[in-house]
Design a binder for this molecule. Structure first.
Ligand code: AMP
Length: 546
């Protein structure tokens, strides 16, 4: 027997209509690429997202067609979040920090039809537009009078001119909640970047879960600053969860330096902020150097990389801000675990509480997790046994966009579990702690660097016979790549020459910090480089200048 409840589909358009209806006058504040501070409201964002919807219909884009963005966090980006997904098209947020060749590859793989970009990224668009045949329209996120006259991009239009002729009334369509809503590529796996393709249903369930009290605890009384970019897993879902609860949103635009972020927190009375450790490192540095204090900030979610103890300590004890350490992935929309204390921890000594806060947190309802040994045997939750972390749940991917093989690992009941590539322990209270990474990638300042790409460029140099790239701890960037190389017999190349060889072949920040010349590199029985052994061998190594 079926229940007798209404079978309305869970659709992203319902969020913006809710925010308009119940929190219409709540502010959305953005620092713009133009440098000024722009103020709008949920009502205005809703009206303009309907204009976007009408404009897309006029472009005759089909259901499921991709509309891409190359943009910072701001109100126009937010309008596209709702205008694109609400009509049944797919919002593809592209990471502008990647090398232009990678951006072109991703745009072609996604078959984007429209690309909306901030003017800061005009040079990238000028470089790639000729190589992206599926893109039939390039839209600059600016006023008509800011549009560059001689950009060389055919039929370039300004966003404001594009939406201005369209009505702000729109009847959002209803469709299957399992339809795709947005996509995000990740290089956090080996090989070419792969895209997680989110659905309306997965996004809505993740949105409900993320706002819960033991997760981000967001409410209409919050002023929320997502420093995490809207091109990184939908800014951890905050553009959606802020609409769900009617919170004020504060967008930092391109200004992510410590001074600008701190000023925005103070002037906009931010109560809750989210970002990777590197941005907080820069902000705390600025505050410490200038003897500053927060007047409104209460909580901050820190994730994407492990949060250092000194950072938790500074936020908690020096500034009275609660740190919510979180773990997630692009493939998980992204939230998996979040660290809040249980009642029984509140009476513990500060050192014991700190030991818990350093963990990545408890599973959120909706995410099931397990750790397994190399044979796939499930390991106990005792805080000691360390194994490969697998997860399953309604906002975990079942495959990548255009994925060729099934990435899931089946259990005895045939349930598919996503192998995260992280190695972890889980304690008896269910707190996860990431202890290592089995995937061969490096995370620097919250962005991925593919070890394989670094190695491939090194071995393309005529003097190099073999290369292995590893991540080395760095106080600001968390990790930086170092390439260990074996030279061809009789060949000569200096560290400086090899690093210069990387110029233009990859994004600047993906170039290794140093080259270590070695006689040999440890190789395993199957011919694979033994990275763990290599890391051990270089345990005393320090990056230059540190
Ligand atoms: P991304 O898909 O770019 O969000 O990266 C996800 C990966 O970042 C995870 O699989 C982890 O390797 C790493 N990661 C995310 N959050 C944390 C954290 N709090 N501590 C340690 N590693 C993390």
């Amino acid at each position: 027997m079926l229940g007798l409840m209404q079978d309305q589909q869970l659709l992203i358009s319902s969020l913006i209509e809710f925010a308009d209806c119940h929190h219409g006058d709540t502010e959305i504040v953005s620092r713009r690429v133009e440098g000024d501070i722009h103020r709008t409201t949920w009502r205005e964002v809703a009206a303009r997202s309907r204009q976007v919807a009408n404009a897309l219909d006029q472009e005759q884009l089909g259901f499921g067609d991709r509309v891409a963005t190359l943009a910072w966090n701001g109100y126009r980006h937010l309008e596209l979040y709702y205008g694109v997904s609400g009509t049944g098209r797919v919002l593809h947020t592209v990471n502008p920090r990647l090398h232009p060749d990678q951006i072109a590859w991703i745009t072609n793989h996604a078959e984007d039809e429209i690309m909306c970009f901030d003017l800061s990224f005009l040079p990238i668009v000028q470089q790639i537009h000729g190589e992206c045949p599926t893109v039939k329209k390039w839209i600059a996120l600016c006023d008509a009078d800011k549009l560059p006259a001689d950009s060389g991009i055919p039929k370039l239009e300004s966003y404001e001119a594009w939406i201005s002729t369209h009505s702000s009334t729109y009847d959002w369509p209803s469709f299957d909640e399992n339809s795709a809503s947005s996509m995000c590529y990740t290089s956090g796996t080996t090989g070419n970047p792969k895209a997680a393709l989110y659905s309306h249903r997965s996004t809505m369930l993740h949105t409900y879960a993320s706002a819960m009290p033991d997760v981000m605890a967001m409410s209409a009384r919050d002023s929320v600053l997502p420093v995490v970019p809207m091109f990184h897993v939908n800014a951890w879902g905050i553009p959606y969860s802020a609409a769900l609860v009617g919170a004020k949103l504060v967008f930092p635009g391109p200004a992510l330096d410590g001074k600008s972020v701190f000023e925005l927190i103070e002037t906009e009375k931010v109560s809750f902020a989210a970002g990777v450790p590197t941005v907080w490192q820069m902000m705390l540095g600025h505050m410490q150097a200038n003897g500053l204090e927060f007047s409104t900030l209460k909580r901050t979610v820190i994730g994407g990389s492990a949060c250092p103890p000194a950072m938790i300590d500074a936020f908690q004890h020096q500034y009275g801000v609660e740190v919510l350490h979180a773990w997630g992935m692009t493939e998980l929309s992204p939230l998996g675990t979040l660290c809040t204390l249980k009642n029984k921890h509140l009476t513990q000594m500060p050192e014991q509480q700190m030991a818990i806060r350093l963990k990545q947190g408890r599973g959120i309802f909706g995410i099931e997790m397990k750790i397994v040994d190399p044979e796939g045997k499930v390991l106990p939750w005792d805080g000691k046994a360390s194994g490969d972390l697998l997860v399953t749940g309604p906002w975990v991917i079942k495959n990548y966009f255009k994925g060729e093989s099934d990435p899931l690992v089946r259990d005895a009941k045939g349930r598919g579990w996503f192998p995260t590539g992280d190695v972890a322990t889980i304690d008896a209270d269910g707190y996860l702690q990431i202890t290592d990474r089995s995937k061969d990638v490096i995370k620097s300042g919250g962005e991925w660097i593919s070890s394989i790409e670094v190695e491939n460029i090194a071995v393309a140099h005529p003097a190099i016979a073999m290369a292995a790239c590893i991540g080395v701890a760095h106080p600001k960037w968390d990790e930086r790549p170092v390439v260990v190389v074996v030279k061809q017999p009789g060949a000569e190349v200096s560290c400086k020459e090899l690093l210069a060889f990387y110029e233009g072949k990859t994004a600047r920040w993906q170039i290794p910090d140093d080259v270590v010349f070695a006689e040999s590199i440890p190789i395993g029985a199957t011919g694979k480089i033994l990275k763990a052994r290599l890391r051990e061998q270089l345990s005393d190594y320090r990056l230059p200048g540190l």
